[in-house]
Ligand binder design. Structure first.
Ligand SMILES: Nc1ncnc2c1ncn2[C@@H]1O[C@H](COP(=O)(O)OP(=O)(O)OP(=O)(O)O)[C@@H](O)[C@H]1O
Length: 477
């Protein structure tokens, strides 16, 4: 690993790094920092926990110290929690500069944010949706002079997944100057390389960590093959075992839906495990509060949806459990990357049902590593199976009696409004489509019934004919 001084960074920044325990540059820093300092666009693809954040924060701070003004740098990131984490790195490393930063994310007060933006902060860290809202509705700030546009988790920002940032990114890209430095980082850049090259137009410097595997060596990757109904019993057993065997432990459990996240949290709390949750149906303040409590080890178990899969840097996390097998290898890579960070060891355990085996195969193919089976005393799991399943059912019933599903419906309506659609019209359109679908289904059923009737009639006729011929044959005999 190289010294920071050989990368062209100033003494005051190197001193700041040392204070944070950062002595030598990691490969992504060693390669990307000089290119950024030279004024080049940059695309950096390196494994999870390898220090990509500092690889862009350090050169930006150096350039800012040479010519300080606001707004100098805009960082886009897919989740609100990640925005706070990145802003914190800027704040800590940029302290000697008296750095002014501003965080623009959804779920927080828009007026306060507008005021902060008009105060010309040096660095704005934002999620695309809320920043685009500010651009559309306010003229009290300008991004027209920014020097740096950074997209952290750049591939996620360009993906058209459940949260589609495309429109918001278009709005943002029209507000920033064409003459700028664009920096794109992620552990999984390669899938969206072409689209990304379009954004970083000036022959970007591209750096990818050369390695056969896409996950870190320090990560012990395991799986447990289990029927769906026994999954929760395995989960409780695993946590109990970790609690018994380790004093200092901290676990993140990933689930596929907010509802599952909520139910599992309630269930583990019933078993007296110090559990807290993080998902997109929670109020933003609650999300931040829960994450802070988990980071401070007040709660040792965080149950989360993929909102926590990318970027979160919590050094105490030793274990990641995938309660569901991720459908995409990319999601797997980011989820398990929440442990074994910055050279530490970690374990990931994926609960796999017989229907998910093909998903494990494609994950193994992508990461170029075979997952190993995690040894478990099945007898012990079966002992607690009934109790666990009864507790889960109780939690499901309790959740059904709350307005959880109703809230989900309200959130869906809010999302439609934000997308510029009329929720009532959408509901009507959906109902009409449903009506057409059901009419088609009925029509098909009717045709099938008629065909069946015809067939039966023909069969009856045949049988009757056969009977008659048989009878005539008998009579004539
Ligand atoms: N040169 C360094 N030496 C030691 N630790 C470092 C160095 N650079 C960064 N770190 C630490 O490593 C940890 C992981 O860094 P960071 O969060 O930037 O990883 P990342 O590559 O962005 O991971 P992800 O892909 O999961 O977002 C942080 O706690 C950070 O402080």
């Amino acid at each position: 690993m190289a010294d920071f001084s050989s990368l062209g960074l100033s003494d005051w920044l190197i001193k700041q790094c040392k204070q944070l325990g950062i002595q030598k540059a990691t490969p992504v820093q060693e390669n990307c920092v000089p290119a950024i300092l030279q004024g080049r666009d940059c695309m950096g693809c390196a494994k999870t926990g390898s220090g990509k954040t500092a690889a862009f924060v350090l050169p930006v701070l150096q350039k800012l110290s040479e010519d300080p003004y606001g707004i100098f740098c805009l960082v886009l990131t897919p989740t609100r929690e990640l925005a706070y984490q990145i802003a914190e790195q800027f704040r800590v490393l940029g302290k000697p500069l008296g750095l002014k930063d501003c965080i623009i994310v959804g779920g927080m007060d828009m007026v306060t944010q507008a005021l902060e933006l008009s105060n010309q902060p040096h660095v704005v860290v934002a999620t695309p949706g809320r920043l685009a809202d500010h651009i559309r509705s306010s003229s009290t700030f300008s991004l027209a002079k920014i020097q740096f546009l950074i997209m952290d988790e750049a591939d996620r920002l360009l993906e058209q997944g459940c949260t589609d940032f495309t429109k918001d990114l278009e709005t943002i890209l029209t507000a920033v100057p064409a003459k700028r430095q664009t920096l794109l980082f992620s552990a999984t850049l390669t899938d969206t390389l072409q689209e990304l090259k379009h954004i970083a137009m000036n022959k970007p410097f591209f750096w990818e960590s050369k390695s056969e595997t896409r996950t870190v060596e320090e990560l012990d990757q395991r799986y447990i093959l289990t029927p769906e109904k026994v999954k929760d019993a395995y989960l409780v057993h695993l946590i109990q075992t970790f609690t018994d065997q380790h004093d200092d432990w901290s676990i993140i459990i990933f689930t596929s839906t907010c509802k599952d996240c909520q139910i599992l949290t309630m269930m583990l709390q019933k078993f007296h495990f110090p559990t807290i949750s993080l998902h997109s149906m929670m109020k933003q303040k609650q999300r931040f509060a829960n994450l802070a409590k988990f980071k401070a080890s007040v709660y040792k178990i965080l149950i989360a949806t993929d909102v926590a899969a990318r970027g979160l840097d919590i050094p105490t996390v030793q274990v990641v459990i995938n309660h569901n097998t991720p459908g995409l290898p990319k999601i797997y890579i980011h989820r398990v990357g929440r442990t074994a960070r910055a050279g530490r060891n970690g374990v990931s355990i994926t609960l796999v049902t017989q229907y998910d085996i093909h998903l494990v195969h494609s994950i193994e193919e992508q990461i170029q590593t075979k997952l190993k089976e995690f040894p478990v005393e099945e007898k012990e799991v079966l002992k607690i199976l009934t109790q666990v399943n009864v507790t889960r059912r109780e939690c499901e019933i309790r959740l059904e009696s709350t307005d959880f599903d109703e809230k989900k419906e309200i959130n869906k309506r809010k999302q439609l409004i934000l997308e510029g659609k009329d929720p009532d019209l959408e509901a009507k359109r959906k109902a009409e489509l449903e009506k057409i679908r059901s009419q088609k289904k009925k029509f098909k059923q009717k045709i099938q019934e008629n065909i069946d009737k015809q067939k039966q009639k023909q069969l009856k006729k045949k049988l009757l004919k056969r009977k008659r011929t048989k009878k005539t044959a008998q009579d004539s005999a």
